[in-house]
Design a protein around this ligand. Sequence first.
Ligand SMILES: [Zn+2]
Length: 482
Amino acid sequence: MISIRRITASLLACVLFGTLQALAYDNASIYSPGQLGAATVHESKPKQILITNVHVFDGLNDKRIMNANVLIEGKLIKEVSKTPIKAVNANVINGGGRTLMPGMIDGHAHVMINDDFGPVERDMDLTDISYNAVIVMERFLMDGFTAVRDMGGPAFGLARAINSGRVVGPRLYPSGGFISQTSGHGDFRDRADPGFSIHDAGDLSNFERMGIGNVVDGVPEALKATRLNLRNGATQIKIMGGGGGSSRFDPIDTTQFSKDEICAIVEAAKDWGTYVAAHTFNDRAVSRLLDCGVKTFEHSFFISEKTMQRIAEEGGYVVPQMWGISPDMARNPLIPEAKKGMVKALGEQYKDFGRNLLKNNVKVVFASDYVGKFEDAERARRYELWWRTQTFDSNFEVLKQVTSTAGEMLAMSGPRNPYSEGKLGVIEAGAYADLLLVDGNPLKDISVIGGTDKWFDAEPEWKPIETIRLIMLSGAIYKNTL
Ligand SMILES: [Zn+2]
């Protein structure tokens, strides 16, 4: 049966795509397809845009630079100054006393797992999830996100399409299919699937068939999966270091992959100048991952303060989706009634997780990490922005997590970083011109960039965030309602 929803989704993709393209061309003679990719635009003299009369949140400091001017040349910020900047040939945008801030960065998203698990596991193919992903990426950008680290899925073609200007969306850091052991958090085979028994282990689940994940055992298979992802353009490697909530056959307390396997993967990633990110929850798993040199620890809700200290000492990052331990989690209609008590209890038990991370000087990065229908992911993302301000007790801390700290983490891709001409997540000379012009002050009010306490009770249909008035990516304007 052809699903009406699918057709609607791809129609919407066309409509949205058309609108955004038009908007981009309309507002800015500066937009050129391929602006994101390195060395695709040959301009003798890069165009300049001068933004005047703005209060700058630079991604690093808790005080805005008041009444500032920012000059952009080509893809990069050329100057930030409190005194007038002379730029006779620049297009001038009067910021009207609004806040100028770096574009936001999502450190852990699943842009290719964009429908409920049932359909992704059984009914969908690559074209389904690719068409959905076009909408996912456009809305990410329209919500003010200018870079996204994808934590597992066949997003290489999508990254190429974005970099060449064929699809509108944020900078994309793909991991390729996540790498899991048999019975691990990436092993989505059901009992009735081929491959569930060792006698036909060569058969693949739909997850693997589409490239969302790889199930491997032993060092040679782990190395092969890692190297294939690197060959295809992975900017970092994502592995499953322990059990999880969304898969059926790996209890959340389990530790996954042997030390040999993890260390081999990390070494192969290092050989390509990049790093490994691991899905993980507990001390035992994190300590094994740290022994091998894993750099980013996703989720990690159940770790002790001692482990937090070790992560901080070794320069690691924790990238948690805080909604996972929010009191509102128990209202998630996807969680079976019988499990809601447990979810509530976990939220209560780990309510100080965020505060403890900060107390132990751990670098924290924003994560939306919603797997499921993309409409649901969008609602979770906006809720996440708000909920973090409650659990980290500070808008500034959350803004840092979603800008400068995230940008610093992305830079760990080293030579595999496709966007290495400037810094991400900060407003300073030499950084990429990925910028948002916002009504109001997000340091005081997170709702001006979309944060909301509504989640499952939020409207299901995506709507633009009216207070984000201008969105610039790589010096090109994608939204302008000034
Ligand atoms: Zn995830």
